[in-house]
Design a protein around this ligand. Structure first.
Ligand code: XUL
Ligand code: CO
Length: 469
């Protein structure tokens, strides 16, 4: 997610207040929103023939697919961090997207001003959900107490926004990676005080998520990893991470928060190695520390790529373990190789995701959350609309294509046939646990040779998929 979280030199994001610009030193100025996007009205479905770039060609919220509306399948969500705090700054360059609604504001003034803009954006776009980090919505204060007070003030505004628009919170999270105190990690820091600070911050973030009726809470271990093993006691760090998550589980029960906990895998960036590196590593960690029943995975496309996997691979690993929770929808640039968080437009990818999603019974508490940012060169506010509309249409199309593939049954039929040797005879006996090495040896000694193999037909299947796309 790049530079939107920079703590200094980045007055455009509430998480980026430099001490000299401390908001408590600024006069409080509450601004009601004039329309931030006066030229955009409600984005509507106009169908594939429409050439209106501010309309959906495929996302038809109320259209029913496999017995459920598109809206309920996809549960689209807009993120506060990229949408409201994204400035286009990168490690070589200053912000390019100077938003009119920020209007020279900083700190809490800016944080207050952004809330109505965000709700206007989501309402016009029609994503039913949103997600935030504590420090995207309100700035870091000089102390935890001050940060908490500021957070409470913005949470009240979010509550008003939710009540007046019907927008719902998909998940909240704590930002435990921007502030210098988290340089060695948060729950895996070598500094016990930092662990304590992180615990206090997550406690508060869970409370406000609960207060806002959040359907989930996400843990992304931004700096839970290492840059060198020379200075790292990995076992001790992992034990601490598990302790931290157990504390969160206990506190969740204590406050009666019923939302789903998610872990978001990512292998690297900012650290060289992050402990939650991919779906399989997360599942193993959760299982080893007795946490599996309390968590599902929030999978992100660009993180899968960084881990050397496809998103489909990650969805299948999570789905097979009953841990498919939610999706952070974006895509990476394969030629760049870092977390570019681009908006997803690849129909093969969205089709694969939707096939896995339908196969494992849908996203339930999760959603398709656009953890994606417009390019640095796409600095005009209208680009935020084009980007989200394109992503929503790409997933809507993926959903329709996946449903067509399933209805047709050819792909499924091929798979059934491919594994049919397991449905009867020796295969069924192995699956039922009725045959061990001795029985299998006797079977093969008598038979002499295994049945002939048949083709995997990869090219045939790729051609078949192209017919639906
Ligand atoms: C970082 C990332 C985060 C998480 C929430 O790459 O994806 O935005 O989604 O902290
Ligand atoms: Co993410």
């Amino acid at each position: 997610m790049g530079c939107v979280f920079r703590l200094t030199n980045g007055p455009k994001c509430p998480g980026t207040v430099a001490p000299t610009q401390h908001p408590s030193l600024q006069p409080i100025r509450y601004r009601m929103s004039k329309a931030a996007f006066p030229d955009v009205s409600q984005i509507k479905f106009e169908g594939p023939k429409s050439d209106n770039p501010l309309a959906f060609q495929y996302y038809n919220a109320e259209e029913v697919i496999e017995g459920k509306t598109m809206k309920d399948h996809l549960r689209f969500s807009t993120v506060y961090w990229h949408t409201m705090c994204g400035s286009g700054a990168d490690m070589f360059g200053s912000p390019t997207a100077v938003r009119p609604w920020d209007d020279g504001l900083s700190g809490m003034d800016q944080a207050r001003a952004r809330v109505p803009v965000f709700f206007e954006f989501c309402e016009k776009l029609g994503t039913p959900f949103y997600a935030f980090h504590d420090r995207d919505i309100a700035p870091h204060g000089a102390s935890l107490k001050e940060s908490n007070a500021w957070l409470d003030e913005i949470v009240k505004l979010l509550k008003q926004g939710q009540d007046s628009t019907g927008l719902k919170l998909l998940w909240g999270t704590a930002q435990l990676f921007v502030h210098p105190r988290f340089m060695h990690g948060a729950a895996t820091s070598c500094n016990a005080d930092v662990f304590a600070f992180a615990a206090a911050q997550v406690k508060k973030a869970m409370e406000v998520t609960h207060e806002l009726g959040g359907e989930g809470y996400t843990f992304w271990g931004g700096r839970e990893g290492y840059s060198t093993l020379w200075n790292t006691d990995m076992k001790r760090e992992l034990d601490h991470l598990a302790k931290f998550l157990h504390m969160a589980v206990d506190y969740k029960k204590e406050i009666g928060f019923k939302g789903q906990f998610y872990i978001e895998p990512k292998p690297k960036e900012p650290t060289k190695h992050q402990y939650d590196s991919d779906a399989a590593a997360c599942l193993n960690f959760l299982r080893e520390y007795g946490l599996l029943e309390h968590f599902k995975l929030n999978l992100e496309t660009n993180h899968a790529t960084l881990a050397g996997h496809t998103m489909q691979h990650e969805m299948e690993v999570a789905g097979a373990a009953g841990a498919l929770g939610s999706m952070d929808a974006n895509t990476g640039d394969l030629l760049l190789g870092w977390d570019t968080d681009q908006f997803p437009t690849d129909l093969y990818m969205t089709t694969q995701c939707m096939l896995s999603m339908l196969k494992y019974g849908g996203l339930k508490t999760g959603g398709v959350n656009f953890d994606a940012k417009v390019r640095r060169e796409s600095f005009e506010p209208i680009d935020l609309f084009y980007a989200h509309i394109g992503g929503m249409d790409a997933f809507a199309r993926g959903l329709k294509i996946a449903a067509a593939i399933r209805a047709d049954g050819k792909l499924d039929g091929f798979l059934k046939q491919r594994y049919s040797s397991w449905d009867s005879g020796i295969g069924a006996e192995i699956e039922a646990g009725k045959a061990g090495f001795k029985e299998l040896e006797a079977y093969m000694l008598e038979k002499g040779e295994a049945n002939a193999n048949v083709s995997g037909r990869q090219e045939f299947l790729e051609n078949l998929i192209n017919r639906y796309i």
